[in-house]
Design a protein around this ligand. Structure first.
Ligand SMILES: Nc1ncnc2c1ncn2[C@@H]1O[C@H](COP(=O)(O)OP(=O)(O)OP(=O)(O)O)[C@@H](O)[C@H]1O
Ligand SMILES: N[C@@H](Cc1ccc(O)cc1)C(=O)O
Length: 360
């Protein structure tokens, strides 16, 4: 694969790359690049996570050495799964299996648990060094990376150590690329700012879009601080009725999509259109059929998200027909993932316990 092909594969369906020039240069140098995605093992994966998972796959396919980082200590600090470390560790296991199910070549991926990092003294040295270069107000503002507001930093002091740890993770693993949803931006920017001062590699940050919850959002919400607004409206496992999980059965998927916010002709605030854009068409063009009775105009076939968006905006597609088509496609995507997880008895039992133990 030449540099341009690798670059466009990495770039597709991202919100931003900080910076594109740095990425292109790094690819041109021809050395092996190492990237990572960190997640809190704190519940069952939902379809919002598919967005970074597809990007993870693109990076592996573009020959980047990817690490899947299970941020167990971070989830514990963030009060996930009632602070039960055993459950947190168990919740990490299924994520690698989901990546496998969507076609990631896992023999090329390294899975690292936070335990491996925190047992080393140099890790804590990095945390302190980073703290020396970050003001308290900047660390507080960065709490959105853990789905909290700046004011929640007072809950207990460990919460303020979390952003410093996330930056230390990047340096400790000597990464060239940090991947995450847009809500992870503040950690990556802090890492970039302190890297030079501390003599570490300045990571290239790749940010993917955030999928809104099925409830959608009104334009009013966007009056808030942008990072607070994003974390408020994003699909989240702590709001199970507004999320679709990768273990949901076909009926649950149809029921949830049927109940989703889906204003006619409106695209920006519409979670059903967001699913079409960021999940169904994430990997490029494909055949997408909107089935309709002949008396309603008959079936419509589109091959790209842009075609779908044009038709929806001009009122050619009714919200219910869109919902049915999106539900059908989601079922096709989720079924093989669910089957793979269900076939592993112990894993499936753990997932059932975990889904009842989500605390936030
Ligand atoms: N709704 C979403 N859409 C797209 N990406 C998401 C969404 N929610 C989380 N992510 C991304 O998933 C990765 C792992 O996030 P994390 O482990 O913190 O999940 P989370 O933010 O706690 O999710 P949740 O809100 O579901 O508990 C991050 O890079 C984050 O940006
Ligand atoms: N802050 C991330 C999880 C994470 C933790 C540590 C990391 O190094 C990376 C990512 C999230 O909530 O989504």
């Amino acid at each position: 694969m030449d540099v341009e092909t690798r670059f466009s594969l990495i770039k597709r369906n991202t919100m931003e790359i900080v910076t594109e020039d740095e990425l292109r240069k790094a690819l041109e140098e021809g050395r092996k690049l190492r990237g990572y995605l960190g997640f809190e093992p704190s519940g069952i994966s939902h379809i919002g996570w598919l967005i970074w998972m597809y990007k993870f796959k693109d990076l592996v396919d573009a020959n980047v050495e990817m690490i899947l980082f299970a941020a167990t200590w971070h989830a514990w600090i963030n009060d996930k799964l009632g602070g039960n470390m055993e459950l947190i560790r168990a919740a990490a296991k299924h994520v690698a299996r989901v990546l496998e199910a969507i076609g990631v070549n896992m023999s090329m991926v390294k899975v690292v648990y936070a335990e491996e990092l925190v047992e080393r003294v140099e890790y804590w040295e990095k945390v302190i060094r980073i703290a020396k270069h970050a003001s308290l107000s900047r660390v507080k503002r960065a709490l959105t990376i853990m789905g909290r507001k700046a004011s929640e930093g007072e809950l207990d002091f460990s919460k303020l150590i979390y952003p410093l740890m996330q930056v230390a993770d990047i340096f400790q693993m000597d990464l060239d690329i940090a991947l995450g949803g847009m809500d992870q931006r503040k950690a990556h920017m802090l890492a970039r700012d302190v890297a030079e001062k501390l003599g570490y590699k300045k990571p290239i940050a790749i940010h993917t879009p955030l999928l809104p919850s099925l409830k959608g959002f009104t334009r009013m919400d966007t009056q808030m601080d942008i990072d607070d607004a994003l974390s408020e409206v994003k699909m989240s496992k702590s709001k199970p009725e507004e999320a679709i999980f990768l273990i949901d059965d076909d009926n649950a998927i149809v029921k949830k999509i049927r109940g989703a916010y889906c204003p006619p002709r409106e695209v920006e605030t519409n979670p059903v259109m967001a699913i079409a854009k960021h999940i169904i068409f994430a990997q490029g063009k494909k055949r997408f059929v909107i089935e309709r009775k002949p008396e309603h105009g008959g079936d419509i076939e589109v091959y790209s998200y842009d075609e779908l968006e044009n038709l929806y905006r001009n009122g050619s597609i009714h919200p219910l027909d869109l919902k049915n088509a999106v539900a059908n496609e989601l079922i096709k995507i989720i079924k093989p993932i669910r089957n793979l997880l269900q076939n592993e008895k112990d894993l499936w039992l753990d997932l059932e316990v975990i889904s009842h133990s989500v605390t936030r």
